[in-house]
Design a protein around this ligand. Structure first.
Ligand code: GDP
Length: 177
C-alpha cells in the first residue's frame, strides 16, 4: 500500500510562504498526515511532504514545501520557488502584521516564481475568532485586487484545510491539463 507501483500522472509542487509562526508547518501536517503537533518545531528541517490524490481520474502527487523556518532569517532562496506551480500565502488572522506583510511576500513570490503560478491567500487560526485582528473583508479585498484565491482555515481544528489544498490543486490541474 502506498505509492509503490502507483502510476503518477502529475506532480505539483506547492510552496507555503508567510511570516514565521502563522501556522505553515501545522497546515502541512494537517493536510499531509491529518496531524497537529503541539510541539511544532520538532518538524523543523522537513523540506516537503507529499500526498497523492485523484483529480478527474488522474493521479496527482502534491509535493508541498515548507520553509522550515528559513523565513525568520529572510533567507527563502530561489531554489525554494523553483518549479512551483502553486503557492499558499499564509497569515495569522490574529496578527495584523502577518497580513500586512502579505504584499511583500507576494512581491517576492512574483519575482521568483513562474508567472502562471496559482496563488491562494490563507488566513489561518480561525479557531481564535475572539482574537481576530484581520477582518475577512480586508483579506477578500486584497485577494480580489491581486487575483488570488482566498480562504480562512484552522490547522488546529482542521477547518477548511482540505478544501484549501483541494481548491489550489484542482485549479493547477485545470491550468496544466
Ligand atoms: P510556522 O512557523 O508558520 O510554520 O508556524 P507553526 O506551524 O510552527 O505554528 C506556529 C504556532 O501557531 C504553533 O504554536 C502552533 O501550534 C500554532 N498554530 C498553528 N496553526 C494554528 C491554528 O490553526 N490555530 C491555533 N490556535 N494555533 C495554531
Amino acid at each position: 500500500y502506498g505509492d509503490f507501483n502507483q502510476k503518477i500522472d502529475y506532480v505539483f509542487k506547492v510552496v507555503l510562504i508567510g511570516d514565521s509562526a502563522v501556522g505553515k508547518t501545522q497546515l502541512l501536517a494537517r493536510f499531509a498526515r491529518n496531524q497537529f503537533n503541539v510541539d511544532s518545531k520538532a518538524t523543523i528541517g522537513v523540506e516537503f511532504q507529499t500526498k497523492t490524490l485523484v483529480i478527474d481520474n488522474k493521479t496527482v502527487k502534491a509535493q508541498i514545501w515548507d520553509t522550515a523556518g528559513q523565513e525568520r532569517y529572510r533567507a527563502v532562496t530561489s531554489a525554494y520557488y523553483r518549479g512551483a506551480v502553486g503557492a499558499m500565502l499564509v497569515y495569522d488572522m490574529t496578527k495584523r502584521q502577518s497580513f500586512d506583510h502579505m504584499a511583500r511576500w507576494l512581491e517576492e513570490l512574483r519575482g521568483h516564481a513562474d508567472k502562471n503560478i496559482v496563488i491562494m491567500l490563507i488566513g489561518n487560526k480561525c479557531d481564535l475568532g475572539t482574537l481576530r485582528a484581520v477582518p475577512t473583508e480586508d483579506a477578500q479585498e486584497f485577494a480580489q485586487r491581486e487575483n488570488l484565491f482566498f480562504t480562512e482555515t484552522s490547522a488546529l481544528e482542521a477547518t477548511n484545510v482540505e478544501t484549501a489544498f483541494l481548491t489550489i490543486l484542482t485549479e493547477i490541474y485545470r491550468i496544466i491539463s
